[in-house]
Structures are given as C-alpha cells and as structure tokens.
Design a binder for this molecule. Structure first.
Ligand SMILES: [Zn+2]
Length: 367
C-alpha cells in the first residue's frame, strides 16, 4: 500500500465537520480487503467508523478524525485545499497534518503487519473539530455497552511543535470558564451612599481569584492557571456609578483538581463578595501514567527519528480526554505548525517516518 497515494485520496475528500465527504468510505474500502470488519456508527448527523481486525487477545486501537476545519480564504491557498498537491517534498492540502496523513500512516502500517494473536482496531470520527458530542464519546459508550474492550489506544493528533519526534502527549489539562456578574445600584458618583458600586466588588473578587495559588504543578503537569480574560462594565460616563459589572475567567487545571472542586472554591469566593457565577466546563484533566504504552511509543519514535520524545501534558483538548475514561491513551502524530492554517502541509518523508513509528509500536506491543 502506498501511504502517499492513500493520503492524497483522503485529503481530496471534502470533509469539513461534520461532513463525512467520502473519507470514511475510502478508509473502509482500504481496510475491508485486509480483513477488517467495518461498522458505521451514526449518531445524529455525525458518521463514525469502527473497524476491527479480530485476532483475539488484546485490542490495540488507533483513534482519529477525518473531519477538517474550514479552509478559510481559499484564494490565499497556493493549491486548492481539497486537491492534494506535491511540491518541493511537501504535500499540501487541508488535513495534511490534522490529521488525515496520520490515519493513512496507521492504515499503511497495518497493511504491512498483523499480529499472530491480538486485535487491531480503528475508531475514526467525522466530528472532532466540531462540538464532539456525536463522535468518539458516543462510539466509546456504545462499544462499552456491548462489552467491546480497548486495551491501549494511540491518538494520531499532530503533537510535535517543530520536529517529528519531539513530543508524545500523555495527558491534558482540563479547562473551564467562569462568567461573573455583580449587580449593584446605579447612582451619582458625588453621592456614593445612595448607590452600590458593583465594580468595587468585582475588583475584590478578581483579586482574590487571581491571587490564589492553585498548586505548584506535578511531575507531569505545569501548575494550574487562572486567567482573567475580560472585564466588562461598559460605562461611558465619569459621574455615574454603574448598575452592573461582569468578568470572565478561564482555568486550565491539572489532575490535582476537578472542575467540581474548582467550581466550589470559585463560587464561594464570588458569592462571599456579592457576585453571581455561571460555569462552562470544556473538559476534565487526565493523565496516562508513563508505562508500557508510552515506553513502547517513545522507543519507536527514538529509533525512527533519533530524538527522545518528551512526555508532555501541554496544549489544548482532544478526543483523548474521552478515551482516557476507558483505557491507556497516548497521542503522537505529525508537526502541528500548519494545522488549521492556509497552506497546511506535511513533508512527504515525515508521513513515511510516522508509518514506520506506528509499525514499530504495534510490533513491540504484540511482541
Ligand atoms: Zn485534530
């Protein structure tokens, strides 16, 4: 199987979230002749693919997404975003690094190797870049319900900042937003006793929230961080005490906390100072402790690239946060520099190197 051809064909599928765009069908057509049982799992408007080569034993899963973000201003692209084009050793196209090439690298790896005992599966969604409600999360729930077990999982998101081999992700911080409202009584600044200034209270709240040391970080995580992202009063007059003041903060938190424990703390500070708050949680933190899977993967990366990867928990969220509820999960893919950008591109030899890394990981896992 030619990994570059397969990648080109996959990029050519116009699969902007939540469109399947022919992408899942293309993978199904590549996997079925190799003995994979392919199942389309559709939830609402989102199509997903679970493909399994059932050889008993442990089930090693590759998870990824075929959907891509919109192309933006198409006139700014050197080549049409859904017509994969080779130039100067690069392959250009939407999804080249995030993350169609990685899926193809894995499919090419399994076309070279199948374990004597052991199962290999792929969980591919068409809804990762969107709301993520009817994708990986729902598939995992359905699989668990029928007793289907996954023993280890690689997510093929682009994890490397500059060079292939630099970074494996073994966890992520959680993220939540708090929206604070303080209501007061409007009045003339010359007669403050007739008014109740919400800005004074808001400043006190923000000061207290900002000054709290949430933790000092752990072996695998940076310290949790609270950042005030906006303060809104919108008062254009200099002689009026305003009636209301609002602010929004975001917390990126490590596994010393949960969204529930942080909510409890923040809420108590805000209410004690006369404010109200509403929370939105984007995800909890998770960590796959360094162990068999991360060791195997790190060794494969080092063998192919000559670089010893850092086991990191930095960056934004991915579907690994859902998978972590069920099994050991690590993330490794291409370089994320041009992800979501105009002229998204990947070096051809890096797709081949990634195929080799996935192949070595599988061989080591099934020993
Ligand atoms: Zn992605």
């Amino acid at each position: 199987m030619d990994v570059i051809n397969l990648t080109k064909n996959l990029i050519n599928c116009p699969s902007v979230t939540p469109e399947e765009g022919g992408a899942l069908q293309l993978l199904q057509d590549a996997l079925e002749p190799r003995g994979f049982k392919c199942e389309r799992m559709k939830f609402a408007e989102v199509d997903n693919l679970y493909a399994k080569l059932d050889g008993g034993g442990r089930n090693f899963c590759f998870a990824g997404h075929t959907d891509v973000v919109p192309v933006g201003d198409e006139s700014k692209w050197t080549f049409p975003p859904f017509e994969a084009t080779e130039k100067d050793g690069y392959l250009y196209g939407r999804g080249a690094v995030d993350m169609k090439s990685a899926i193809c690298a894995f499919v090419a790896a399994i076309s070279e190797y199948q374990p004597k005992t052991g199962s290999i599966s792929l969980l591919i969604t068409a809804d990762e870049e969107g709301p993520g409600i009817n994708g990986t999360k729902k598939v995992l729930e359905a699989l668990a319900e029928r007793g289907e077990k996954i023993d280890a999982c690689i997510v093929g998101e682009p994890t490397n900042p500059e060079k292939l081999g630099e970074m494996i992700k073994i966890g992520r911080r959680g993220s939540m937003n708090g929206i604070i409202t303080v209501r007061g009584v409007q009045g003339h600044v010359a007669y403050p006793h007739n008014a109740d200034n919400p800005v004074t209270k808001l400043v006190n709240i923000l000061h207290e929230l900002q000054n709290k040391v949430l933790d000092n970080g752990t072996e695998h995580f940076d310290p949790s961080n609270l950042e005030i992202v906006t303060v809104d009063v919108g008062n254009k007059a200099t002689n009026v005490i305003p009636a209301e003041a609002r602010a929004v903060f975001n917390i990126r938190f490590n596994n010393q906390h949960s969204s529930a424990s942080l909510k409890e703390w923040a809420k108590s500070v805000i209410i004690a100072n006369g404010g109200e708050v509403e929370f939105h949680v984007s995800g909890e933190s998770f960590l796959t402790k360094p162990g068999e899977l991360s060791e195997i993967m790190a060794k494969a990366v080092a063998e192919v690239t000559g670089i010893t990867p850092v086991l990191s928990t930095t960056g934004g969220t991915s579907d690994a946060r859902f998978i972590a509820d069920y099994t050991e999960v690590v993330e490794f893919g291409l370089i994320n520099k041009t992800a979501h950008q105009v002229d998204e591109r990947v070096l051809l030899h890096e797709i081949q190197a990634l195929q080799d890394i996935y192949l070595r990981t599988l061989k080591a896992y099934f020993g």
